[in-house]
Design a protein around this ligand. Structure first.
Ligand code: BYC
Length: 470
């Protein structure tokens, strides 16, 4: 079904035919707009931003580009086309027709997962609230805003499900999604990473590389869900998510590129010399990577989880790309888990979080390999590396266990002493903040980042992607 933009809330779910739902969502809409004004990108409400907007949900040509003021962005409700005859692809209900309504006995499980997913979307916008002020270029500023409006739309995607399928409880949860705030001591966001500050663009690129990639894996697993509206919503969200990870991967690649240019020019890899010339040394990049990667690893939950086992058994949440596996029931299979106490064999259903985390790590390695190729080609021996999944964890069996980034157990004193080598400290953050100078002349880049290879939608890199003048 095509998207109806004549409606107050653009949608392809035939909202006009369900007056009660339409009214409930129209009641929520001004609250969302208030939240956006207060917690969304600060001070850029009047800017014309070259944004893409969804105009259809099919694989080809779903996007249209044009100058939009962010508060006028048409946030709406878009579900991917239904797959005729779709059946549940995993768990105890394998082969049964998918559900168009939430089965009563799974209501609280679905609600919990949809609320958790929904909570991350506005959280990320809040985390990035001030970044526009220190943008390294208009190209990057536009990408930040594109990510922000789409995270706003992903919030709409989850709020639609809550309103349409969870009655009064769902409406209350939708309100709560706007009252918890990232980093708020009294009402924080649900998951750890979404309460971490993102005060500089290196963190933003790390976040879009590592944390948005968790989004990709979680959305893929929810796209397998037996609850068809959730599956269809997530399938469409994934098409938007791809751009966010592109921003992270190319952003980090450009930071590394610029650092290497400075290192080559000066003939040294000495971090202090690199910093003295305004670039971000590779050691600091590694420390930031350690921080955001480990935090994002925690987003998969505990290695052994009865929640995960229940969700898999009941058809609530599958594995990303479930079709790649032979066994979709996993009732008998086991998984070999590494714990601080040694190897442990656990039921595969209980280990589903770990299965997902393992695929996620592989996916994260692709970019790291690419950046290391850049470093190698530039003639330097330094190599970036993802830390071990045991390192720096706050959730699961390795939480609080002192290890080196390689995952070797060490004493707590050595751990405390060496942590500044491994995780960003105040001096790293202060340095990175010091180079975050705003650059808003079309085509110009800040000194710590190389220009992108190409612009957006075949436009030139020096296109005026954001018009700041009123
Ligand atoms: N921080 O059995 P456990 C995205 C809680 S990112 C704090 O270990 P389970 C995006 C857990 O909630 C994708 N708490 O794990 C990216 C539970 O609490 P309750 C977001 C945590 O339940 C960038 C308790 O510990 N989507 O889209 O199997 C920008 C025991 O849980 C954490 C989803 O996450 C943590 N890191 O799995 C914008 C999908 N980890 O309920 C957007 C929906 C665990 O006992 N969520 N806990 O109070 C889920 O599927 C699951 O809730 C989780 C946890 C995978 C997160």
């Amino acid at each position: 079904m095509s998207i109806d933009y004549s409606e107050r809330i653009p949608n392809n779910v035939n909202l006009a035919n369900d007056r009660a739902l339409q009214r409930a969502l129209e009641h929520w809409q001004p609250r969302f707009q208030d939240w956006w004004r207060e917690m969304g990108p600060s001070d850029f409400a009047a800017a014309d931003v070259y944004l893409r907007t969804a105009t259809g949900v099919d694989a080809q040509g779903w996007a249209t580009y044009g100058a939009v003021k962010m508060p006028d962005y048409r946030w709406g409700i878009f579900l991917a086309e239904p797959v005729p005859g779709r059946t549940i692809g995993f768990g105890d209900n394998l082969g049964q027709p998918v559900w168009q309504q939430v089965p009563g006995e799974l209501r609280s499980q679905f609600r919990r997962i949809i609320v958790t997913q929904g909570d991350t979307e506005p959280a990320s916008v809040e985390q990035q609230h001030l970044l526009g002020h220190t943008c390294p270029s208009l190209y990057d500023l536009r990408n930040l805003f594109q990510v922000n409006v789409e995270e706003g739309r992903h919030l709409w995607a989850m709020v639609y499900l809550l309103h349409a399928y969870f009655g009064r409880d769902g409406r209350e949860e939708a309100e709560e999604l706007l009252t918890r705030h990232s980093g708020d001591v009294d009402k924080p966001r649900i998951l750890g990473t979404f309460n971490e500050p993102i005060n500089d663009w290196l963190s933003f690129f790390m976040f879009t590389y590592f944390t948005d990639r968790d989004g990709k894996f979680q959305l893929k697993s929810l796209a397998e869900s037996g609850f068809d509206p959730l599956s269809r919503t997530c399938r469409f969200m994934l098409t938007e998510e791809a751009h966010h990870m592109f921003v992270g991967e190319t952003g980090l690649g450009r930071v590394v590129k610029r650092t290497l240019e400075v290192m080559k020019e000066l003939g040294t890899d000495d971090p202090q010399v690199v910093r003295a010339h305004g670039a971000i040394d590779l050691h600091t990049i590694q420390r930031y990577m350690n921080f955001w990667f480990t935090s994002s690893m925690d987003l998969f939950g505990s290695e052994v989880s009865s929640n995960a086992a229940g969700s898999f058994a009941n058809g609530v949440k599958g594995r990303p790309d479930e079709g790649q596996y032979q066994d979709h029931i996993c009732a008998e299979a086991t998984y070999e888990l590494e714990t601080p106490q040694g190897k442990e064999s656990v039921s595969l259903r209980n280990a589903m979080n770990e299965v997902m985390r393992a695929s996620y790590i592989k996916d994260c390695e692709i970019g790291v390999k690419r950046w290391n190729m850049q470093i190698q080609r530039a003639g330097f021996d330094f190599r970036l590396a993802l830390p071990s999944s045991r390192f720096g964890r706050s959730i699961g069996v390795w939480a609080g266990v002192p290890t080196s980034p390689a995952g070797d157990g060490i004493g707590p004193e050595e751990h405390a002493m060496r942590l500044p080598e491994w995780m960003p400290g105040e001096s790293d953050r202060a340095y990175v903040r010091s180079v975050m100078q705003r650059v808003v002349e079309p085509g110009k880049m800040a000194g710590w980042i190389a220009p992108p290879d190409r612009g957006i939608n075949n436009l030139a890199v020096d296109y005026e992607y954001v018009r700041l003048r009123e």
